[in-house]
Design a protein around this ligand. Sequence first.
Ligand code: ZN
Length: 173
Amino acid sequence: MSSADLQESFDPNIIARDAFAICVDMPVSAFPRLVDLLTSTNGVVRVTLKASMSADQRPTTTIGLVATLEQSCQRCLQPVTVVVDHVHTVEWVADEAELARLDASEEALDNPDWEFLPMPVPPKVCTLDLVEDELILSLPIVPLHEVCALPEAAPEPAEDHPFAALARLKRLN
Ligand SMILES: [Zn+2]
């Protein structure tokens, strides 16, 4: 496994054919949309990308994320440590039509950590965007301490948290 920097973008077909794999530690500050959801920009995210062909000979990209992040507890508003240890696989299908066929068939997986996405045209994926989207989705919808130090200062959790909206959008895809 290489420790070189992540490429800015990749062609899922080519990296799958080459069985490409990489593991890099990236500073949390490299992900501005993630930082907006955190109370600290300290730390690193261990990003693993692995590419291979699926059983159905479609290119797949597997994103592994390991990080210890800090968010604001939605009950007491004090910092809460959030441990991310998340693996997500994208299996790239030819186009929207194939995606619709898969969704209508039994091939649609009931696995939230595996999704089918249409191959972009041209076949180019921005590495940082893909990784950051997945990082944001790996955060808890409502970050909470198991037991707050100050339970008396307990505002109600927000009804419709932005993560919930993003998670819903992602599921609709
Ligand atoms: Zn709390």
